[in-house]
Design a protein around this ligand. Structure first.
Ligand SMILES: C[S@@+](CC[C@H](N)C(=O)[O-])C[C@H]1O[C@@H](n2cnc3c(N)ncnc32)[C@H](O)[C@@H]1O
Length: 213
C-alpha cells in the first residue's frame, strides 16, 4: 500500500468512524437519494458497493432493490465496517454482505458479476483511483450500471470556492489533487461507458455520474 493510501486508512481507522454518520449523513443524503432515483436500480438487483464505509448508501439502495436484491459492501477500514455491521443488525437487514478489502487490490477476490456498481465519496480520496474504478467495472456484468458520486473541483466562477470545499473535505482525506481526479474520472466514464449522465450540486463541488458498461 502506498504511503498516501496508508494515510487514508489511518484516517478511517481513527476517530472519524465514530462521528462519521452524524456529520456526513445529513449533508449528502439528498444528493445520494437523487442519484439512486436517477439510476436503473430495480427489485432483485445485486449491487456491489465499493468504499461502503458505515453503510450510508444502503438504505437508498435497499429501497430500490427490496428484499430479493443483495448488497455486497467492500471497505478496508475495520472501524467503518464495524459501524456498518451495527446498522445492519439494528435494521435486521438480511441481504447485505460486508467484505474487508482494499479495492485497489480486489480484482481476483470476487466471483460474482453484480448488476450495479456503486462508489460514493471514495474515488476522490484513493490515490490509485483508476485501478479502483477498473476493479469496479470488472466486477459488474456487461450492460450493468456504474454509479459514482463524489467531490470534485468546481469549474467556472464556482472555482473560487474550491479552497473552501477542499478545506471541508480535508478531515476525510480530501485534497486538491483528489478533487481534480474526479474530473478525469468523469472523462473516463464519458468515454468508456454508454448512456452517461452527470449532475452537479453544492456549488458544483459534488457530482454524480451514472453510465452503463
Ligand atoms: C468518505 S468515506 C465514504 C463512505 C460511504 N461511501 C459514504 O458515502 O458515506 C470513504 C471510505 O472509503 C474507504 N476507502 C478508502 N480507500 C479505500 C481502499 N483503497 N479500499 C477500500 N476502502 C477504501 C474508507 O475506509 C472509507 O470508509
Amino acid at each position: 500500500m502506498s504511503f498516501k493510501a496508508q494515510k487514508i486508512k489511518e484516517i478511517y481507522e481513527g476517530k472519524v468512524a465514530k462521528k462519521y454518520d452524524l456529520s456526513m449523513n445529513h449533508f449528502f443524503a439528498r444528493m445520494k437519494r437523487k442519484a439512486f432515483n436517477d439510476s436503473s436500480l430495480k427489485n432483485g438487483d445485486c449491487v456491489l458497493v465499493f468504499c461502503c464505509g458505515t453503510g450510508l448508501d444502503f438504505p437508498h439502495i435497499l429501497r430500490k432493490i427490496g428484499k430479493n436484491g443483495k448488497i455486497i459492501g467492500v471497505d478496508f477500514s475495520t472501524e467503518m465496517l464495524k459501524k456498518a455491521k451495527e446498522k445492519i443488525r439494528k435494521n435486521n437487514w438480511e441481504n447485505i454482505e460486508l467484505i474487508e478489502a482494499d479495492i485497489t487490490k480486489y480484482e481476483d477476490k470476487l466471483d460474482i458479476k453484480a448488476d450495479v456498481g456503486v462508489c460514493t465519496l471514495g474515488m476522490s480520496i484513493i490515490p490509485e483511483y483508476k485501478t479502483a474504478y477498473y476493479n469496479l467495472l470488472s466486477n459488474v456484468k456487461k450492460q450493468g450500471e456504474i454509479i459514482i458520486g463524489d467531490m470534485q473541483l468546481a469549474t467556472g466562477w464556482h472555482a473560487r470556492l474550491n479552497p473552501f470545499t477542499i478545506f471541508l473535505a480535508k478531515r476525510y482525506g480530501g485534497t486538491y489533487e483528489g478533487h481534480q481526479n474526479s474530473l478525469e474520472l468523469y472523462l473516463m466514464m464519458k468515454k468508456e461507458l454508454t448512456e452517461v449522465k452527470k449532475r452537479e450540486f453544492f456549488i458544483k463541488a459534488y457530482y454524480y455520474c451514472i453510465g452503463k458498461q
